[in-house]
Structure formats: C-alpha cells, structure tokens
Design a protein. Structure first.
Length: 329
C-alpha cells in the first residue's frame, strides 16, 4: 500500500524518535543517575511504528519490559517518559513506574510489564471490553494488542490468553516480536517450534500472519490485513510474528557473551529497519536525504530537551509515598 509523503515522514520521525531515545538512554545509564533495570528496544522500531500507525485512540496496547518503543509509537509524551525513567514526580507515573512499568491509559497504553507474558491476559480483557462496547459507526470493533517476545511465547499465561481469546472471539491481536533471544538464550534452543512462533497461535484456532519485522513496509501492510480481519465482529483474535533484531543486550550492562562473533555488527549493517526505510524512500524519490536529515536534527533536539528537563525535574518526596497505592480496602 503506497503511503503519501505525510505518512512516510511521520513513520520515519516515529522510528527515529524511538532510536534516539534508546541510544541516549544507553549513554545516560552509564552515569548512574537512572535507577533500576532498563531494556532497550533499538533495532525493533519498525514493529512498534508499523503496528501503531494503524491504531485509533479507541485501540489499546499492552507492552513488555522492553516497552519504550511501544509507548512512543502509541503517542506517549517523550518528556513525560524520560522523566518517569529518571524517577521524577513529573513522570507519566509520578516516578513510581520507571522504565519497565510505564503506562498512559489516556493514550491507550495500558502499561509495560516486567513479568514475561503477563501482558497477554490484560490485552484479552481489554479486547473483551471492546467487544462489549460494540462496533463504531463504520461497523468496526476497537482492538487490543499485546506485544510479546519469543520468550513470552513459552509462558502459560500467553497460552491461556490465546485460548480465552479464541473461545470468547475477543478482538485481540497477539504480536510476537521474534528477536531470536529469550533473555540470553537463543530461540533455537528454548522454543520447540524454533523460528515458527506463529504456528503455536494457529494451533489454538486463530488466523496468523508472518512478516519481516526489519522492514517497516512489510509490517505496515501486514498489520493492515490483520486489523481489517479482527475489527469485523465475530471474527475473533489473530496473531502475527515479526522476525526482528535487538541491537543491545537483554538489559543494560549485559555483556552479551552469547552473541556470535561479529553478529551485532552484521545485524546493524544488514537488518537495521531505519537504514532500510531510508534507502527505500530515497531511492524511490519519495523523500530526500535532506528531508530525513532535518528530521534527524529535530529529533536529537527533542531528546536533548527531554534529558535536560528530566535532570532538573523534582523527585517524589516523603508525602508521595502512599499516593496511588492501596492502604486500605
């Protein structure tokens, strides 16, 4: 499906924003100012953006511990996210969520989750809510999407959620980002179906799709088909597997001794979704290098401003300790 100039520009801007957000965090974490574990999304930007560019404010997503890209793609505020990661009272979750638990319900982002596979049941619940609400004026249902990795595909919670979605015909979409590593273990060793996660979902009785997760256009076209199917009342859920790569370790500080020699350099050279996007649109004359360079510059300025604001933002005080938690029932 041919995208117009405005859509192409927005897609590149979103992917570049995620990339620079993550690259800057990779630097800032070394300073010791950011507490807790951080899991970076670099390399997988085409999946988050290719999926979320189709979504409406009515649609919901649930993320993972590697969730910054999903948040940004769904429209969460850059500065609010950066402040949250810095532990600021002004962060999206008042500094109590941190990197692994960012949420913005108003944007339809129901939360990142530090528990592997825990997002799938939440998404099914949101999908059932959308089913109960019924279709819009065009006869289309809202949807709920859960992002999972090749590690979560082994979790019982994910299996139970897929089964429940099929049984209830919930408009849920299970997006599996297969980056080939469950923490530090290759999927050829840890996943019985190896490089075919989608077939597991198919066994539950739902339709499945597969696409190259390092190609924005492949992701975008695939998700258009998936959403057209799931939005039809009565069709029920679907699953899609995107073959992708992560450029950094499982967490910041991961020595990555499980990687093959030259592996990171190879995937950064041959499977970088932003590099591939840039090459495609400039060769086709849809956008120029100058157009994209301007976006790059503006993105770096945005990230720099967010970091400066986060460093100066107030931290939660003693009076905030008991806010947003249950102290009685």
């Amino acid at each position: 499906m041919q995208l117009n100039r405005e859509a192409l520009t927005r897609a590149y801007r979103q992917m570049k924003l995620i990339r620079e957000f993550e690259e800057r965090l990779h630097e800032e974490i070394q300073t010791g100012e950011i507490a807790g574990f951080t899991h970076l999304y670099c390399g997988q930007e085409a999946v988050a953006v290719g999926v979320c560019e189709h979504l409406t404010p009515r649609d919901k997503i649930v993320s993972t511990h590697r969730g910054h890209g999903h948040c940004l793609a769904k429209g969460c505020d850059v500065e609010g996210m950066m402040k949250e990661i810095w532990g600021s009272q002004d962060g999206l979750c008042n500094g109590k969520g941190g990197s692994m638990h960012i949420a913005d319900v108003e944007k339809g982002m129901l939360g990142a989750n530090g528990i592997v596979g825990a997002g799938a049941p939440i998404a099914v619940g949101a999908a059932l809510s959308a089913k109960i609400d019924g279709p819009d004026a065009e006869g289309k249902l809202g949807v709920a999407i859960t992002f999972s990795g090749d590690g979560a595909c082994n979790q019982g919670t994910t299996f139970e959620a897929m089964n429940l979605a099929v049984v209830t015909k919930a408009p849920a979409i299970f997006v599996f980002e297969n980056n080939h590593y469950s923490e530090h273990t290759g999927n050829a060793y840890a996943v019985g179906t190896r490089d075919d996660i989608a077939s597991r979902a198919e066994a539950f009785g739902m339709k499945v799709w597969r696409a190259d997760g390092t190609d924005f256009f492949a992701v975008h076209d695939c998700m258009r088909e998936v959403l057209e199917y799931v939005r039809v009342p009565g069709n029920g859920p679907a699953a899609v597997e995107f073959d992708t790569e992560r450029f950094f370790g499982h967490f910041e500080g991961d020595p990555q001794r499980y990687r093959g020699e030259g592996e990171i350099e190879r995937i950064r050279t041959t499977r970088d979704c932003i590099r591939k996007f840039r090459g495609s649109v400039t060769e086709a004359g849809l956008l120029s290098d100058a157009d994209l360079d301007d976006i790059d510059t503006a993105t770096l300025d945005t990230i720099e401003a967010a970091v400066k604001a986060s460093r100066a933002a107030p931290r939660p005080g003693a009076a905030n300790v008991l806010e947003n938690v249950y102290i009685n029932y």
